[in-house]
Ligand binder design. Structure first.
Ligand code: RBF
Ligand code: MG
Length: 179
C-alpha cells in the first residue's frame, strides 16, 4: 500500500479530541538511536484501542511526577534512567504539537501494539517516567511497511510537517489552550 493523501478537516470531528494522560515507559530504544526520531511510549488505553491503527496528530504536555529516580532495564538489557521528568524546566513544560503512531510498527514486526508520541520539540534531557497529557486531534494515515529505514524516516518527517500545518488551523489552535 502506498501513502494516501491526508485530508485536514475544517472542524474537530468525532471521535476527536481524545484526551488521555499516561506515564512514559521505555520502548525498544529504536526511535532515538536508529531513526533519530525519539518517541515517548505511552499505555495503549481502551480509548486509543477504539481508533484504527495508524498515525495521528495532536497536542501534548509533559507533567513531571514526584518520584525517586531509578534505573530500569530494557528487554535487551540496556539500562534506562527514569528521572520522571525532574529535569524539565521553563518552556519544556508547555504544550507542544505531536505526531503519534498507534499500532504494530509493521517495519519492525512488533508483536505488541504500541502507542508512541513524537513530541515536536528538542529537549535537553530524557524524561522517562514523566506523565504525558495529550489530545489526539486527527488522523494522518494508516501504518505502512517500508523496504528501507530511510523511507520510513522520510514518511515520519512528512507526518511531522502535516502535523504542524494541521495544528496551525484556528480550530486546533484554540484547543491548545485547553490542554
Ligand atoms: N512504524 C512503521 O512500521 N510504519 C509506519 O508507518 C510508522 N509511522 C510512524 C509515524 C510516526 C509519526 C511515528 C512517531 C512513528 C512511526 N512508526 C512507524 C513507528 C516507528 O517504527 C517507531 O517509532 C520506532 O520503531 C521506535 O519504536
Ligand atoms: Mg519510543
Amino acid at each position: 500500500m502506498s501513502r494516501p493523501d491526508t485530508v485536514i478537516p475544517d472542524d474537530i470531528l468525532a471521535p476527536f479530541p481524545i484526551v488521555q494522560t499516561g506515564t512514559i515507559a521505555s520502548g525498544f530504544g529504536r526511535g532515538s538511536a536508529e531513526l533519530g526520531i525519539p518517541t515517548a511510549n505511552v499505555p495503549v488505553t481502551p480509548e486509543l484501542n477504539q481508533l484504527d491503527t495508524g498515525i495521528y496528530y495532536g497536542w501534548c504536555r509533559l507533567l513531571p511526577r514526584n518520584e525517586i529516580c531509578a534505573d530500569k532495564q530494557r528487554a535487551d538489557g540496556q539500562k534506562v534512567h527514569f528521572n520522571h521528568g525532574a529535569k524539565l524546566a521553563g518552556d519544556e513544560l508547555t504544550v507542544f504539537p505531536m505526531a503519534m503512531s498507534i499500532g504494530w510498527n509493521p517495519f519492525y514486526d512488533n508483536t505488541q501494539k504500541t502507542a508512541e508520541v513524537h513530541i515536536i520539540h528538542e529537549f535537553g534531557d530524557n524524561f522517562y517516567g514523566a506523565d504525558l497529557r495529550y489530545a489526539v486531534m486527527g488522523h494522518i494515515r494508516p501504518e505502512l511497511n517500508y523496504t528501507t529505514k530511510e523511507a520510513l524516516i522520510a514518511d515520519i518527517n512528512l507526518d511531522i510537517e502535516i502535523t504542524k500545518q494541521a495544528l496551525a488551523k484556528k480550530h486546533y489552535k484554540e484547543f491548545k489552550e485547553q490542554l
